[in-house]
Design a protein. Structure first.
Length: 458
């Protein structure tokens, strides 16, 4: 086996064993948008590290700096929190970063796609998983490492987790994680996932190399696997989409970074921060970033609220990337076929309209790399409908590029047009016919973004 293959296997094992321990170490601390005074009040809840602890942290920082080949440019700030204060901070950060309106819109789209049970509350799921899993994090706003008092870990394991967070501190000092091109107001969720995968994948690879040089990797793996599942009730109860969304930046992100590293070393990884990947497709297929750049195509649809009629409003629109479609098909099929169905993704726009009496319309338009890729999505979507609804999905119309189903409460229209596919979910034939001509008229309107250049998050 090649060294590259061995390293990727080790990374995968570590992510599966302890990845969720270091998950969220970066995400929630980003972009809180709080007033400075409030930030100071929050950080005051923690305890200052002892001189010995701070000295050890500084020693670790120097070691990680050498492994990752990034200079430490500023003195490291740090503090320690108990679980109660951590829970309060995570709750406040989530409230600041993720509005009730955004959460409700995301929840409605996930439920419409069949990726979340109707009786679940998305905010409660996220808070439960975050509170359960966080062992420490780097706070981008405060530029400090926050440690969590949980206990039960060996010093090697704690240093292992800290090496991941210290890499984030080095990334921030060298590349500025909360400024363009790593963070942009207009970034879609798909683009944010790609940037996050670069950042978390980098920290995961650096963590692994740090362990190889300074720690007992066998001991860490043994301790990690002993703890699998012992404190993961909230995670295990979360929808598969939430679980996979959390693991993706670490596992697939690490694979992506390893491709950059083996091609051009840490310098190649560094260069990616000035021109980051912009789709989950590029993370899954690094060659679409490295060898033959394939940036996402922008699929546009106008606001069809007026076409739908009085009482209808566009609640949300988002881009479902290759990752999202892969999870969608995995939820109602097999892993191999799901990957096949989502491959060849070119661009997407998904809109959710809310109408009177809680009715909704979902429109999903996707552009593919070829008519063959579009055809594979078309065929797999038919299987998705069968797996999700079973005999309750009655076919009303069917042709080589067109299928209309009736399911309880909704109609589903699937269409194929060259390299483009469209899905419309509507509560009645009358509502469907109001937007059907507009959605299906001609080819999608595509505008190609410029090649990935600096000046560009969720």
């Amino acid at each position: 086996m090649s060294r590259k293959g061995l390293i990727i296997i080790i990374i995968t094992a570590l992510v599966l064993a302890i990845g969720i321990t270091v998950v969220f170490t970066y995400q929630l601390s980003r972009d809180s948008g709080k007033p400075q005074q409030q930030q100071e009040t929050d950080t005051a809840q923690g305890e200052t590290l002892s001189p010995a602890e701070q000295a050890h942290l500084e020693e670790l920082m120097q070691e990680v700096s050498g492994v990752r080949e990034l200079a430490q440019k500023k003195k490291l700030k740090s503090l320690r929190m108990n679980e109660k204060d951590l829970q309060k901070k995570l709750h406040e950060d989530l409230e600041e970063e993720y509005s009730q309106e955004e959460e409700e819109a995301d929840e409605k789209i996930l439920k419409a796609l069949g990726l979340m049970a109707e009786n679940l509350d998305l905010r409660s799921v996220i808070l439960g998983v975050y509170t359960e899993q966080v062992e420490g994090f780097y706070d981008v706003d405060e530029k400090e490492i926050v440690l969590v008092n949980r206990g039960g870990q060996s010093s090697d394991m704690e240093d292992f987790v800290l090496s991941h967070e210290l890499t984030h501190a080095l990334q921030d000092q060298n590349f500025v994680l909360d400024k363009p091109p790593l963070e942009e107001e207009n970034y879609t969720g798909n683009k944010e996932l790609a940037v996050e995968s670069l950042i978390e994948g980098d920290a995961t690879v650096a963590m692994m190399y740090y362990a190889l040089e300074y720690l007992d990797l066998d001991k860490i793996l043994t301790e990690s696997f002993k703890g699998v599942g012992t404190e993961s009730e909230a995670l295990e109860a979360a929808p598969a989409y939430i679980q996979e969304s959390l693991l993706f930046p670490y596992e697939e992100g690490a694979n992506f970074v390893m491709e950059l590293f083996f091609s051009s070393g840490w310098e190649g990884v560094d260069r990616a921060y000035s021109s980051p990947p912009l789709s989950s497709e590029q993370i899954i297929h690094p060659e679409k970033y490295m060898d033959a750049p394939d940036p996402p195509r922008e699929v546009t649809l106008g606001d069809m609220s007026q076409t739908l009629g009085s009482g209808w409003n566009l609640l949300d629109e988002e881009v479902l990337g290759e990752f999202d479609l892969r999870v969608l098909f995995k939820e109602y099929g097999e892993d191999d076929t799901a990957e096949e169905a989502a491959a060849g993704w070119g661009g997407n726009l998904t809109q959710y309209y809310e109408g009177p009496e809680g009715k909704y319309v979902l429109v999903m338009k996707t552009n593919w790399d070829s008519p063959e890729d579009a055809g594979e999505f078309f065929d797999h979507y038919k299987k998705y409908m069968k797996e999700r609804f079973g005999t309750s999905a009655a076919i009303l119309e069917s042709s080589p590029g067109h299928v209309l189903w009736q399911v309880p409460d909704h109609l589903y229209l699937l269409s194929l047009n060259g390299s483009d596919t469209s899905v419309i979910v509507a509560p009645s034939s009358e509502i469907l016919e109001r937007i059907r001509p507009k959605v299906l008229s001609g080819l999608l309107t595509l505008s190609w973004p410029p090649l990935q250049v600096p000046a560009l998050h969720r």
